[in-house]
Design a protein around this ligand. Structure first.
Ligand code: AMP
Ligand code: ZN
Length: 437
């Protein structure tokens, strides 16, 4: 039986066994490449998915793809001009969606088992959900033409707005103001937009509706709707995301959904993973302190990264350094060689630690069992005979330098190749490389 910390109850709770488990993960906004902090949150969700499967829970995993918001509209306009349409937006976001799927594959997230739902594919259901909120009195159209969620009305009927943050969240806060942007601080508690009316900054990107008018959905509503569609109206057993989503995103998801389906019927268990840091600060696109997978210039970036992420518990912050990536690479190389020996199958995995709030660092610390690494923890075990792309690139550059008799450059490139753990030999048949042991 798996026990997990629930952000809502703030306790460890047993995940009950039943026919299947509905698992939902807030997906990416596809306006750019995912950074490795984003990838950490999906790897943590994947560890949970694998642990659920291993324990016989039969999880069904759904993830939304945010392909409409301010940032994606801006990107589509930058690419297609100020007359950009919904079709243009979909083309712009499809590129980053495909890149995201590639990245998930690289870091071995079980992507083929996820049902992905793009927001722009479910616009009619989003509009209907908002109409239902209006009918029940939880949403209203304001003078600015946008439709907002009424926190006051919700609070009057349910009295639990913000409990995901803490019991006393709403105490002393003024309700009734309105906010049109999707991201805001706890201090600025406000009615949030469910449907934003079309503005000049949106080019020709809008959906029309007889009551809501021309516009597009706010950010939070999509996840309420996609949970409902993805699990065909069943409650969500476990909902995952990074800790930054607790407020406002998940807080607002709860309010919107409970307003329609009743208290306690939306999500049973909230699973939040902590942030990846750089120099003590959250890795974020807005802070400019981020790396994406393809920039890591490390021979085994993807699996070293996954292995590095296994070293910290999902509820602990983790600081990213290039050194930790190298150390992981070396450790994995050692493990692969070790596992070629016959005695390794005798090692018993410490899967009990996984049952205690997914304590992966503890589970792997005493274990060298191939199954644990490859299946349960999804740490890829690459073929050491295979030459990684980055090494191949450097070899080609070195060959070109030698052909141009630029021996200084050729020597520098040799050093770079060696620093990455590869040995270079000049043989009568040309350059040969192999992994240093
Ligand atoms: P976004 O594409 O910004 O909606 O973020 C996608 C996911 O990445 C969300 O679950 C975020 O909570 C998560 N996330 C964002 N920044 C970080 C970070 N520095 N470390 C870990 N997870 C993050
Ligand atoms: Zn979400």
């Amino acid at each position: 039986m798996l026990k997990l910390y629930n952000t809502l109850s703030k306790k460890l709770e047993v995940i009950e066994k039943k026919n299947h488990i509905n698992l939902y993960t807030c997906g990416p906004t596809v306006y750019n490449y995912a950074h490795i902090g984003n990838l950490r949150s999906y790897i943590m969700a994947d560890l949970l998915y694998r642990a659920l499967k291993y324990e016989g829970y039969k999880p069904r995993w759904v993830m939304n793809i945010t392909d409409i918001d301010d940032k994606t509209i801006k990107g589509a306009i930058a690419k297609f001009g100020s007359a950009a349409t919904v079709e243009n937006l979909r083309e712009f976001t499809k590129f980053y969606l495909d890149e995201f799927l590639k990245d998930l594959g690289e870091v071995n997230v079980s992507k083929d088992e996820i049902t992905f739902i793009r927001v722009t594919d479910v616009m009619a259901q989003i509009q209907q959900f908002i109409m239902d909120l209006i009918d029940k009195g939880y949403a209203y159209k304001a003078d600015d033409g946008s439709t907002y969620f009424s926190i006051e009305k919700y609070q009057k009927d349910f009295g639990d707005y913000g409990v995901l943050v803490g019991e006393k969240f709403i105490e002393g806060k003024k309700v009734g103001a309105r906010v049109a942007v999707d991201e805001y601080e706890k201090e600025n508690l406000s009615d949030f937009a469910l449907w934003k009316s079309h503005s000049l900054n949106d080019a020709n990107i809008f959906w029309d509706h007889p009551v809501l008018g021309k516009g597009r959905p706010g950010w939070h509503i999509e996840c309420s709707v996609i949970n409902k569609i993805g699990f065909k109206g069943e409650p969500t057993d476990i909902h995952t995301g990074g800790v930054d989503l607790i407020f406002p995103h998940h807080t607002n998801e709860i309010a919107q959904s409970q307003a329609l389906i009743g208290k306690g019927n939306f999500v049973h268990h909230w699973f939040h993973s902590e942030h990846l840091l750089v120099d003590g600060k959250k890795m974020a696109k807005s802070a400019g302190n981020f790396f994406v997978l393809k920039d890591l210039k490390h021979p085994f970036a993807a699996w070293s990264l996954r292995y590095a992420f296994l070293q910290s518990h999902y509820r602990s912050q983790q600081n990213f350094t290039k050194d930790s990536l190298d150390a992981s690479g070396n450790r994995i190389a050692g493990l692969i060689n070790y596992m070629k020996e016959p005695h390794n199958s005798e090692f018993v995995a410490d899967t009990k630690s996984l049952d205690e709030d997914l304590n992966v660092p503890k589970a792997i610390s005493g274990s060298n069992e191939a199954f644990v690494f490859s299946e349960l923890l999804g740490a890829k075990l690459p073929d050491l005979e295979e030459i990684p792309e980055e090494i191949d690139r450097l070899i080609k550059l070195r060959l070109a330098a030698r052909n141009e008799k630029d021996f200084k450059k050729s020597d520098e490139l040799r050093k770079q190749i060696e620093a990455l753990g590869y040995e270079l030999m000049d043989t009568p048949d040309g350059q040969k490389v192999r992994k240093k042991m």
